[in-house]
Design a protein. Structure first.
Lengths: 320, 280
């Protein structure tokens, strides 16, 4: 699937999820959605009206949400359990670990309004831990799509995969990215959006667009940066990450997540294991009481922006 | 299978529970002995299951939420032909299928459990899924009474009645003891019947060691249509071995050689008495 960024309007990934799941439900009556009073946040009200027999409401009870999803999956359904990421991946972490992953049921856990999507609502409503927490649990694929095309592809891939998947989605409109999206490129591989040998920018989710904008700005300074969308964080695409690092003088990762345990540390470990010692920086949220503000203000505060990524990359190259 | 045959099976499974826990040097003795009659009745007189086709989509489902009493489940599954009896000796061994809590590696086990408060939600999901498919299979979930302190049980209880699930029966192995002591002292569950009734369940009580009463309570029909069924099975932790009964220390104590001999001798006497009753 190829989209033209110039003519494609910005869309929220979780709206694309809702559209895609509706298509899937029409095609397959064993495709179920389970919600925890979250159909409004998940843009699933039209889905519920169109397919009342394929949506199951459990109320504000995320532990029960995940346990029920596993039980439904055991009867042959493919289940999407949809709930805000901060609650889904913290309150029901044990259900994810035992009922879904350890028991190996094909549930897709859809964490909506992930990262700091709920910006001003505060830390209770942020999920900056979810990738780290789930990376330490066996038997779950972690996917963080960056735009509508990636999201559409990954939802379909998850429905067909027959394995536990965590799908991390944000709610703000994001621009369409260039290039061609295939199932492999979102579910298994990283995707190179542009070339450049000075720095490799590796990003996921809503951090990809600012990384791409940063590369364009750096190009104006004659710093050539490659940009890679890394939707599948686990299992990570080892070859693409190593290639990106080998072909650049420095590596910068960008993610809407804690600097601990996310994409950045996954890449850092990979490079060290393979003896690739390049100047390296992780842009994410540091270990401190999070600043409060809108998602955009939080991004600006911690440098998850074009200017922030440009500054870190420029400095990293200057220091090395 | 008649009631006498079920009673003999229960005694035989108690023997195997004690033997394999002794052999493994690990296990949950008291809770396995308190639920073994429930499992014997379910697996031999209630559940529509077959060891020849353990994955049959139309099978009934049994989920053991109180996963720590897995030795009773393994013993009953082996007796029922789901796994070879000699494999029971591998309990808790290196790379065995018979891990110290239920796993789907073992044929006939539906869900990996062990962390408490998980089984009922899974059972509600399975019951919803079966109903959607218009499959008349029934779901049974075994809970411990101490386990009820886990709040997730009550989320699941609310959802079962909200969704008017009458194809699920939860059974509480109400032996009144948990690892620290009496359930009423640790965190009381009473009034148990009223609480579940208030959560929208039809509730019945029975002696959890009385085979005919268990058979009646565990029948495949709901007590009331459109409502989930709860069976409060009044049990004795360590049931069947005099020096283990109602002793909290036997929660996960392993019988020593002489204790095993004494326990098996008691079970042999019980079997002999059963034989005499049958002959008269």
């Amino acid at each position: 699937m190829t989209t033209d960024p110039a003519t494609t309007p910005a869309t929220a990934n979780q709206e694309v999820f809702a559209e895609t799941i509706t298509e899937l439900a029409r095609e397959n009556s064993d495709m179920l959605v389970v919600t925890s009073d979250s159909r409004g946040s998940g843009k699933l009200v039209p889905f519920g009206e169109a397919f009342p027999d394929q949506i199951i409401e459990v109320g504000i009870a995320e532990q029960n949400l995940v346990g029920i999803a596993a039980g439904l999956a055991s009867t042959g359904a493919h289940v999407f359990a949809v709930s805000p990421a901060p609650f889904l991946t913290a309150r029901s972490l044990e259900q994810i670990k035992n009922d879904v992953c350890y028991s190996d049921h094909p549930v897709t856990l859809v964490g909506i309004s992930a990262g700091v999507s709920y910006g001003a609502l505060g830390t209770t409503h942020h999920s900056i831990h979810d990738i780290a927490a789930l990376r330490a649990i066996n038997n779950i694929r972690i996917v963080v799509p960056a735009d509508a095309a990636e999201t559409r592809m990954v939802v379909r891939a998850a429905a067909a995969a027959g394995e536990p998947v965590y799908l991390r989605l944000g709610k703000r409109p994001v621009p369409a990215l260039p290039g061609t999206v295939t199932e492999a490129s979102v579910f298994h591989r990283a995707r190179r959006l542009c070339n450049g040998s000075d720095a490799a920018l590796l990003a996921c989710g809503e951090a990809v667009a600012p990384a791409l904008a940063a590369a364009e700005r750096l190009a104006a300074e004659n710093i050539k940066a490659s940009v890679h969308s890394v939707p599948c964080i686990r299992p990570i695409d080892t070859n693409s990450i190593l290639d990106a690092a080998r072909n650049a003088s420095a590596v910068v990762t960008v993610e809407e997540h804690s600097v601990h345990g996310g994409l950045g540390e996954a890449c850092a470990a990979l490079l060290l294991h393979h003896g690739i010692h390049k100047p390296f920086r992780i842009i994410g949220f540091p270990d401190e009481v999070m600043v409060n503000g809108s998602q955009q203000e939080i991004f600006e505060h911690y440098g998850l922006t074009k200017d922030g990524i440009v500054a870190v990359t420029r400095q990293l190259l200057a220091d090395s | 299978m008649n009631d006498s045959a079920l009673m003999r099976k229960s005694i035989a499974c108690r023997r195997r529970v004690l033997e394999i826990i002794h052999h493994a040097g690990a296990g949950h003795t008291g809770g396995s002995l308190s639920c073994v009659d429930i499992l014997t009745v379910l697996y031999n007189a209630v559940l529509r299951i077959s060891p020849d086709n353990p994955g049959d989509p139309a099978r009934d489902r049994y989920i053991q939420s109180k996963g720590h009493s897995v030795e009773a489940l393994y013993a009953v599954l082996a007796d029922r032909g789901f796994l070879p009896d000699e494999e029971l000796q591998t309990l808790c061994g290196y790379r065995t299928r018979l891990i110290g809590h239920p796993t789907r590696k073992v044929p006939g086990i539906e869900q990996n459990t062990g962390a408490l408060g998980h089984g009922l939600s899974f059972g509600v999901g399975a019951a919803l899924g079966l109903r959607r498919k218009r499959c008349d299979a029934r779901v049974y979930v075994l809970l411990g009474d101490g386990e009820l302190a886990e709040g997730s049980n009550w989320e699941a209880a609310m959802s079962a009645s909200h969704h008017r699930l009458d194809n699920i029966t939860a059974v509480i192995d109400h032996n009144g003891l948990q690892i620290t002591g009496a359930v009423r002292d640790v965190l009381g569950v009473d009034p148990l019947v009223e609480r579940w009734a208030a959560f929208g369940w039809s509730v019945c009580e029975c002696d959890g060691h009385d085979i005919p009463r268990l058979r009646a309570a565990l029948r495949r029909e709901p007590i009331e249509p459109a409502k989930p069924t709860l069976v409060v099975a009044h049990t004795v932790k360590g049931k069947g071995v005099s020096f283990m009964e109602n002793e909290k220390g036997w929660h996960h104590r392993v019988p020593k050689e002489d204790e095993l001999e004494r326990a098996l001798a008691e079970l042999d006497r019980a079997a002999a008495e059963l034989g005499e009753v049958e002959r008269t």
